[in-house]
Design a protein around this ligand. Sequence first.
Ligand SMILES: CC(C)(COP(=O)(O)OP(=O)(O)OC[C@H]1O[C@@H](n2cnc3c(N)ncnc32)[C@H](O)[C@@H]1OP(=O)(O)O)[C@@H](O)C(=O)NCCC(=O)NCCS
Length: 188
Amino acid sequence: MKNQIKIEIKKGNELSERDIGFIVKINIKTFICCKNYEKELKILKDEEMKSSFFFVKKDSHIMSFGLLRPIKIKYLGKDYNLFGISNMVSIKKGKGYGKILVQAMKDFLSKRGKTGFGFCSNKNTEFYKKSGMIVKRKLKNRFFYNYGDSRENKEAMQDFVIYWEGKDKFVTKVLKTKSLIKIPCEHW
Ligand SMILES: CC(C)(COP(=O)(O)OP(=O)(O)OC[C@H]1O[C@@H](n2cnc3c(N)ncnc32)[C@H](O)[C@@H]1OP(=O)(O)O)[C@@H](O)C(=O)NCCC(=O)NCCS
């Protein structure tokens, strides 16, 4: 059937070399921080094999993709198994493929009762709001990448936190308290 939209979800270690090459190529075209093909390929292979990659396909062509990275955070004595929302890209922008991608991620998280969160800049807040995510500015000051160079990490932090809360009520807990949340990995 023509014009059929399909969602495909693959773990990082299930991606084909073709998928990986496609993602890296698009990331270099899309994000200014991604410049070198070999370097980006290595980062993806080293760090994202446990992540779940979401592909929105139309007639088997990838229209948008993104990933949820499993991440364990200890906050106020409790362990939370969360997901980091990352690498959201629409190949054809303004056609609703980004929103379909976010919906697929929300469904995945809701089914598992998990919280997903990520960071974004001002220019993308409307997109996330329209896609049904919660967007909060002040929250970003509460997160801290506890990895590598702390100053560099602070500079890399984006302005807004976007999230979809699960049964763990992680964000509600964060909003009711005041401590810093240490993210035990490099920014995503
Ligand atoms: C951000 C991005 C993924 C959005 O994907 P998209 O497919 O263009 O978005 P959609 O067409 O699904 O838009 C969904 C809704 O958000 C709105 N929207 C999308 N981008 C917007 C923007 N920059 N400003 C205001 N509204 C926006 C659309 O108008 C649409 O509204 P509607 O539901 O009322 O029709 C895409 O622009 C992209 O790939 N950007 C470059 C990479 C990037 O910055 N990724 C995000 C990293 S945090």
